[in-house]
Write a protein that binds this ligand. Structure first.
Ligand code: ATP
Length: 788
């Protein structure tokens, strides 16, 4: 409906008057949060206010505090930085300054405040709330506010949203801006790597993070860096320089042409002396003779368009901030909106800040294990995993005794997806370092059938972290017609375990191998599917590799297409996206790409819905005069058999009554390509480590008695000679690994059958489905449509 878009009141009384400001350092995605706060406020019958220049705007008052309408935040979603400005405000640090701020809030009638910023900004907000009754008393005594105002504004509701590229707030997995900063780092370092390889150079790259190594560690994982220094985990050895040089030398001896070292700006040694990039350069140049360059990325990391993740996070958190205000009573402690286990959370602000300050304190006190423990759970495991994958140490600490070494096959199945190669690289490197043999199977199940198998060594996969597509070659074919031939090859190559990296076909293929274990003994080995498909439709996981990469492509395409329409002509684009019968890509792409609405197979398309949407679109343009950006509508490829993309576009066009023109565009295979997103790379790494650990245990349990003649063989040997085969008939030795909430879980393949819709090729339950309501709320399209 049109009512409630420019003004809050659909009917009746305004529930709350909510101000929003951004403070401290800017972060990509802050704008998405501001937009969501304003629009959700209006949708929930509240008044919204934009407070410009952070706390300075509150202290200055006047035109820095503005009543916000729906269109005031139009176009915010796609832009980096903060469009309402941010500032460091010394006056707000003093009670006097905060009192002036309180006066301006009262005079503008604002009774709730959403603060988007780092821990300093949130501390300031909490202080203001605590002092509020005193400020009101004093303002009344000084005659600055009336008795009526004093009685009306007895409490101020505060909600915090963390905008910080460092990802440094304890108690949330992700802060707004961190995903985009990581993306900027990866783009830069990926670029540096190619020139470094040409010249056999070493590069020392400094990234932001004074007290928090999240950016540095994740950048190191994503870019396949050779070494990393972070504040929470200083090198244990006093002579860390020698350890570093030895490690780099080993990698070079394996054939690497470059060395890449990532350093957090707050990196320190065990005595808390800073580890500086220039010093590392000097060490590499003098001790190893490497031609070494230093790059300090600096503010590049804060810049650029927000990633789909930051838009998603900002939007969900902004919307939740408004809901939290409406739920709160005067006694509710100020909450901070976070994200844990992929779900939006609200937690007491004070505790979150105290916990964050504890990290800095722990580092200061040299209590590094405590500092790392205070980070999200995954941090320490990621650090260990990174080190194991990055360092080359085939006969080093992790090498297993010969009778425990395995021969692990890796195959890609289905369409290509970002992160397939990254996962393969991590699996191979873990294998090599532990003494296993990694066997790359080319061209999917048919390749296995034909015996297209080769040993992959540490160096052969070196550059695969950043490679899109499938370096092994992938294929959709199922194993069924050729099970015998596949069993033969598995036996011939003495494969002890199979890692399948792929999508729904990978899952059905795995199921079929498992179900034929009785006929073919060779299938009685541990088998795991690492879900990798842009459609995110594999049962047993919340996320599959490649889906975030594809969402980024959709999001960027929406930006570009909207821009192409920012001419005098008014245009609507109907953009078709992949996903099969799963609306995940359309939904998440739509939310982060700012689509006006999204058509998914889950909801289907009805004539009623089309009528509503087209009418709404026309009214949008009828009211808008002059320049206008284009609008996009996303449609999943299988949203409706009858209303195809072309037909929907024709209907939008025919019903526009001349107020706009409508075009359609099919993104197609663009969505399967591209450099894997940082998240997809990190997830690939995490899954690879758990997969190898799981395989080892299952294999060792299922090993038959070892032979007497334990012959030592080179790593690239193609036959196992020193022990008997692995035989694991138990159901649980065939599994899908996945992220379920914050946990990594192996679910037996057979157990997933009940939750699978085989006809539609997707899980029956999908965690992301409820966010469909939010798209229509933030786009202004009938926010009462679903909820009634
Ligand atoms: P970043 O992570 O980018 O540094 P931040 O929010 O921590 O973000 P700060 O510079 O610490 O950035 O804080 C921003 C503003 O918040 C300050 O300029 C000040 O106005 C206010 N502020 C910070 N700390 C306090 C405090 N303890 N009491 C009152 N106001 C504060």
């Amino acid at each position: 409906s049109q009512s409630g878009k420019d003004t809050p009141a659909n009917s009746g009384k305004i529930k709350k008057r909510i101000g929003v400001l951004t403070s401290g350092g800017d972060a990509q995605g802050m704008n998405a949060a501001v937009r969501a706060v304003v629009r959700m406020a209006l949708a929930r019958n509240c008044q919204a206010y934009l407070i410009h220049e952070g706390y300075q705007g509150l202290v200055d008052g006047g035109d820095k505090i503005k009543n916000a309408s729906w269109n005031d935040v139009k176009g915010f979603l796609t832009l980096g930085g903060t469009l309402i400005g941010t500032a460091r405000c010394a006056e707000f640090r003093e009670p006097k300054g905060r009192r002036i701020a309180a006066k301006h809030l009262v005079k503008n009638g604002i009774d709730a405040l959403v603060v988007i910023g780092g821990d300093g900004s949130l501390t300031g907000a909490d202080t203001l709330r605590k002092e509020w009754p005193d400020h009101i008393k004093q303002l009344l005594a000084d005659g600055d506010i009336t008795q009526g105002e004093a009685s009306k504004y007895q409490t101020l509701m505060i909600v915090g949203i963390v905008g910080s590229i460092d990802n440094d707030l304890a108690s949330t997995d992700m802060t707004i801006g961190s995903s985009s900063a990581l993306a900027r780092i990866c783009e830069s370092v990926d670029a540096i790597q190619s020139t470094a390889t040409s010249h056999k150079r070493a590069f020392v790259v400094e990234v932001m993070g004074r007290h928090c190594g999240w950016l540095a560690l994740n950048a190191a994982i994503c870019t396949g860096a050779d070494y990393v220094f972070i504040p929470e985990s200083p090198p244990e050895e006093e002579d860390w320089e020698t350890t570093m040089c030895d490690s780099l030398k080993r990698s070079r001896s394996a054939g690497k042409r470059t060395s890449l070292i990532i350093v957090a700006e707050g990196a320190i040694d065990a005595k808390t002396n800073p580890i500086r990039t220039e010093y590392i350069k000097e060490i590499l140049a003098t001790r190893l003779g490497y031609d070494t360059r230093v790059t300090i990325l600096g503010h590049v990391q804060r810049g650029g368009a927000p990633t789909s993740m930051d838009r998603y996070l900002g939007t969900l958190q902004g919307a939740e901030a408004v809901e939290a205000i409406l739920r709160a009573t005067p006694d509710t402690p100020s909450p901070v909106i976070g994200m844990l286990e992929h779900k939006i959370t609200t937690q007491p602000l004070k505790e979150a800040i105290e916990l964050t300050k504890e990290v800095a304190k722990a580092i200061e006190d040299h209590n590094f294990s405590r500092a790392a423990q205070l980070r999200p759970k995954s941090f320490l495991t990621q650090l260990d995993a990174y080190r194991e994958i990055a360092y080359y140490s085939p006969e080093g600490v992790n090498a297993l005794p010969h009778d425990k070494r395995l021969r692990i096959g890796i195959v890609h199945v289905g369409a290509p997806a970002g992160g397939m190669n990254t996962a393969t690289r991590s699996v191979v490197r873990l294998c090599v370092n532990r003494g296993h043999t990694a066997l790359g199977i080319h061209n999917g199940f048919p390749g296995l059938m034909r015996g297209e198998i080769e040993v992959l060594d540490w160096l052969s996969v070196d550059t695969w972290t950043v490679m899109g597509g499938s370096m092994l070659g992938t294929n959709r074919d199922q194993p069924d017609p050729q099970l015998g031939a596949m069993a033969y090859q598995l036996q011939k190559y003495e494969i002890d375990a199979l890692v399948i990296i792929g999508g729904f076909e990978g899952y059905t293929g795995l199921l079929s191998l498992t179900r034929h274990r009785k006929e073919y003994p060779a299938f009685n080995i541990p088998m795991v599917l690492i879900p990798a498909t842009i459609s995110n439709n594999v049962p047993g996981t919340d996320f599959s590799l490649g889906s975030e990469t594809a969402i980024n492509v959709i999001c960027n395409s929406c930006d570009a297409i909207k821009q192409s329409a920012s001419s005098s002509r008014k245009r609507v684009f109907i953009i078709e996206v992949h996903g099969g019968y799963s609306g995940y890509l359309a939904m998440l792409g739509g939310l982060s790409g700012g689509a006006t609405t999204v058509y998914t197979p889950e909801d289907g398309i009805t004539l009623d819905r089309l009528y509503r949407d087209v009418t709404h679109m026309r009214q949008h343009y009828e009211k808008e005069s002059g320049h206008s950006q284009g609008r996009v509508v996303l449609i999943n490829e299988k949203a409706s058999k009858l209303y195809t993309t072309e037909m929907v576009a024709k209907i939008y066009d025919a019903e526009s009554r001349g107020f706009y023109g409508c075009h359609s565009s099919i993104l197609g295979h663009l969505q399967q390509g591209g450099v894997p997103s940082p998240s997809d790379r990190v997830r690939a790494n995490t899954l690879a480590v758990s997969t190898i650990d799981w395989i080892q245990e299952r294999c060792w349990e299922g090993m038959e008695i070892p032979n007497e003649d334990n012959v030592r063989l080179p790593q690239t040997q193609l036959k196992r000679k020193y022990r008997q085969r692995v035989y694991t008939p138990a159901t649980e030795t065939s599994a899908v690994i996945g992220f379920i909430g914050s946990k990594i879980k192996f679910t037996p393949t057979e157990e997933l059958v009940n939750d699978t819709d085989f006809e539609k090729r997707k899980p029956k339950s999908q965690w992301w489905y409820p966010i469909r309501n939010l798209i229509d709320v933030v786009s202004g399209l009938g926010y009462n449509y679903y909820t009634g």
